[in-house]
Design a protein around this ligand. Structure first.
Ligand SMILES: *[C@@H]1O[C@H](CO)[C@@H](O)[C@H](O)[C@H]1NC(C)=O
Ligand SMILES: *[C@@H]1O[C@H](CO)[C@@H](O)[C@H](O)[C@H]1NC(C)=O
Ligand SMILES: *[C@@H]1O[C@H](CO)[C@@H](O)[C@H](O)[C@H]1NC(C)=O
Ligand SMILES: *[C@@H]1O[C@H](CO)[C@@H](O)[C@H](O)[C@H]1NC(C)=O
Length: 365
């Protein structure tokens, strides 16, 4: 009887442990007084995250009609309005960090972090002359060296790292045959898988370095389905994705998931996590086929709002006389894509509201 009681209470104790363990997990989430409250956001990468670093002379993001929804004029975001950075900052309860190029003019806002992302860049040299990710991380290291930030101060910081495929565009441009350039990936030769591995390898080095500088949590985007971007679906009248192109994307994302696991093991932590932009894009793109429409959804998610009148022109292009060489939809809220590569603000809102993205961001806590 006594033994039974003992066993029973041990059993209860065990249950209690389980239960209180679970309590702790629940408590350690957003909004709890014990939760990690990020105070600063540092952003690295490309146009999916850039909020104004690109030089005006170089980037379409400074041309009308970019920025027409927010802030109401072109301001360096590659969209009609807000981009991934703005939504992620909002989720973490931080003001959108200022672009690095404005660090002197807007130094009062350095307390929220800095956005080091430059549209068009990648981990290696791309077709853009702007700083690659290594140099972007040097900028943060320099701010530490100048005591603008301290290593201790970065304990309350989180990093968002965006890689949306500029390295791959550059690879295809440099190494591709004509067929390969029109996105027939099978004709790109044996080199592509090895190149994908080297991109993820360099990305992994970068993530580790950001963590070693003292940033507590490092979030990295998975690669969106490149074959579903309007520049690839134009050949199918924006009716279907290029499946072949998405095969390379899957390899990138598999290698990235493995790398993030390895980094967490090496650092004996949960410091690194993937922001699942890939599945978020898929969810939104496939929504039109669902019987039960979830808001926001788009009539044809593959068709962009702003496109050049021919392949020689892009959104925002004008000819020598200043005549616009692009067409603009009447309501950017009605399309998922803004131009041939980037979502609209409403598109990013839809991506942000997916379960895939919300569940990813929860990994911060
Ligand atoms: C990044 O850019 C710098 C400066 O152009 C260059 O020296 C470096 O090799 C580049 N890094 C990578 C990984 O390509
Ligand atoms: C920061 O300081 C360290 C130590 O002096 C130095 O090795 C490193 O090159 C500096 N980094 C930058 C980006 O200036
Ligand atoms: C692709 O081109 C780049 C230069 O643009 C070169 O460094 C690289 O080795 C090439 N890769 C392959 C697999 O040919
Ligand atoms: C990893 O962290 C756990 C929990 O903090 C600790 O018990 C363990 O000793 C650590 N292992 C290593 C290899 O640092």
């Amino acid at each position: 009887m006594a033994t039974r009681n003992l066993l029973f209470s041990l059993f209860c104790f065990f249950l209690l442990c389980l239960f209180s363990g679970e309590q702790q997990v629940v408590e350690a989430t957003r909004g709890s007084p014990f939760a990690f409250k990020p105070k600063k956001l540092f952003v690295f990468g490309d146009s999916y995250a850039d909020t104004g670093n690109n030089r005006k002379a170089l980037a379409s993001s400074w041309k009308f009609p970019y920025g027409i929804t927010f802030p109401g004029k072109p301001a360096g975001r590659f969209s009609d309005g807000r981009v991934l950075t703005d939504f992620v900052a909002e989720y973490f309860g931080i003001k959108t960090p200022i672009p690095y190029r404005w660090r002197k003019e807007l130094s009062g806002r350095l307390k929220y972090g800095v956005n080091f992302a430059y549209g068009g860049t990648g981990v290696f040299q791309t077709l853009s002359p702007e700083p690659n990710m290594t140099v972007q991380i040097d900028f943060l290291e320099q701010l530490l060296n100048e005591s603008v930030y301290t290593k201790r101060g970065l304990k309350s910081a989180v990093a968002l790292v965006s890689l949306a495929g500029n390295d791959y565009n550059t690879y295809l441009f440099n190494n591709g045959t004509a067929a390969c350039l029109s996105n027939q990936y099978a004709s790109c030769g044996q080199g592509l898988p090895a190149f994908i591995a080297s991109v993820v390898g360099q990305l992994t080095v970068n993530l580790k370095r950001i963590h070693d500088l003292g940033v507590r949590k490092v979030a990295v985007t998975s690669l969106q389905p490149l074959g579903c971007l309007p520049r690839s679906t134009a050949q199918f009248s924006f009716q279907q994705c290029n499946g072949e192109e998405n095969n390379g994307v899957n390899l990138h994302n598999q290698l990235l998931a493995q790398a993030v696991n390895t980094l967490n093991k090496q650092t004996n932590s949960t410091s690194f996590f993937v922001v699942d932009v890939y599945n978020a894009f898929w969810t939104v793109i496939n929504r039109k086929n669902q019987a039960h429409q979830v808001s926001p959804s788009f009539e044809n998610p593959l068709k962009p709002c702003c496109v050049g009148v021919s392949a020689a022109f892009s959104c925002g292009s004008v000819d020598e006389k200043g005549v616009k060489q692009y067409t603009l939809c009447t309501n950017p809220k009605s399309t998922f894509f803004w131009d041939t590569f980037h979502p609209t603000q409403q598109g990013w809102a839809a991506v942000y509201s997916t379960e895939a993205l919300q569940n990813s961001l929860k990994q911060l806590y």
